[in-house]
Design a protein. Structure first.
Ligand code: PEP
Ligand code: MN
Length: 346
């Protein structure tokens, strides 16, 4: 099968202490052999994606170049996020909480921040039940432009207050590239929602800010398209990316979306990035959250993200899928038992 342009490439991994001159030298030599050089300057190290004639690229003795650690051939359209490039699992630090390590991580909280009372009641409950990251949005992507759109900066302020009060780092969505600086200034983890997964300028922009990124799967996206979206973020220098399966649109109408549970092992095979599952937005119904969360952990997910609301009947967003604090506590008990049976802490 002929490879598509760019599928056949080589990643040049620079040593941690490589100098800008070392990087420039590699780029120059790649250009000499007619290859494109995509430089991704991460917090830990710089990596360079070389796209062009493989034989021409690989004939150069990369490991003898100053500052170069190794050269890795990659045969995927997405490169930096592929397992071919990095065999070890990536562990992303979210405000001190490791995501992608042995422990099953639970992110929980309300879909949207509605008030101080609502947020604090939810944060208190999820913290006590064992969640280690709080969720809650200040900017909501709504199907109708007339629905509640979120509290904006006020919502972020409340989330930051809850972080101090309950010791939980938090994740919040960013919808508009113009809000990235603001959300990044407050949040510990920036979420790209399903509707924005293919917004490439937004992806590139979150790739240029320092906070880790939680990238949800587009509800019409294939796994390959999703990993390419992650590549947009990585390429700009942000290497702290967490993926989140949240259901895809199929012909089935009993659920809001169809949770693609097979995406968990598929992604783990194809990519080194951590993968979470959102059992709330996939099923769209409260009674499905527990079984889907169990399925996620059984399938090998690094964690779950769950909507929890102290009074779902009053929720301004997604009340039908939010579970009550006591239901979340039960869910955590089950997840812990399941994780233990699988030899994992939770
Ligand atoms: C959410 O997590 O609140 C959300 C809106 O999810 P999604 O983008 O997956 O619909
Ligand atoms: Mn929601």
């Amino acid at each position: 099968m002929p490879t598509r342009r760019g599928d056949d490439s080589t990643i040049i991994v620079m040593q941690r202490d490589a100098s800008p001159d070392d990087v420039a030298h590699v780029v120059e030599r790649l250009r000499d052999v007619g290859a494109e050089a995509h430089v991704s300057e991460g917090q830990l190290r710089t990596v360079i994606g070389a796209v062009g004639d493989r034989a021409a690229i690989q004939q150069l003795p990369w490991e003898a170049f100053p500052g170069v650690e190794r050269a890795v051939p990659v045969l995927k359209p997405y490169k930096f996020v592929s397992r071919d490039f990095q065999t070890a699992d990536t562990i992303v630090d979210v405000g001190g909480v490791p995501v992608g390590a042995e422990t099953v991580v639970a992110i929980a909280g309300p879909c949207a921040v509605e008030s101080r009372d609502q947020l604090f009641a939810a944060a208190d409950a999820v913290q006590q039940a064992g969640a280690t990251i709080l969720r809650g949005d200040a900017f909501k992507p709504r199907t109708s432009p007339y629905s509640f759109q979120g509290l904006g900066e006020k919502g972020l302020e409340l989330l930051a207050e809850a972080r101090t009060e309950f010791g939980l780092p938090f994740v919040a969505e960013v919808l508009d590239p113009r809000d990235i600086e603001l959300v990044s200034a407050y949040a510990d983890l920036i979420r790209i929602g399903t509707r924005s997964m293919a917004n490439f300028p937004l992806l590139a922009e979150v790739g240029r800010q320092p906070k880790p990124v939680l990238l949800k799967r587009g509800f019409t996206a294939t796994v390959e398209e999703w990993l390419n979206a992650a590549e947009y973020v990585y390429k700009e220098g942000n290497h702290s990316i967490i993926l989140c399966e949240r259901g895809i649109r199929t012909f089935e109408t009993q659920t809001r979306n169809t949770l693609d549970i097979s995406a968990v092992p598929v992604v783990r095979h194809l990519s080194h990035l951590p993968i979470l599952v959102d059992p709330s937005h996939s099923g769209g119904r409260r009674e499905l959250v527990m079984p889907l969360a169990r399925a996620a952990v059984a399938a090998g997910a690094d964690g779950i993200m769950v909507d929890v609301h102290p009074a779902p009947e009053t929720a301004l967003v997604d009340g039908t899928q939010a579970i009550l604090p006591e239901e979340f506590a039960n869910l955590m008990d089950e997840i812990r038992a399941l994780a233990a049976a699988l030899g994992r802490p939770a």
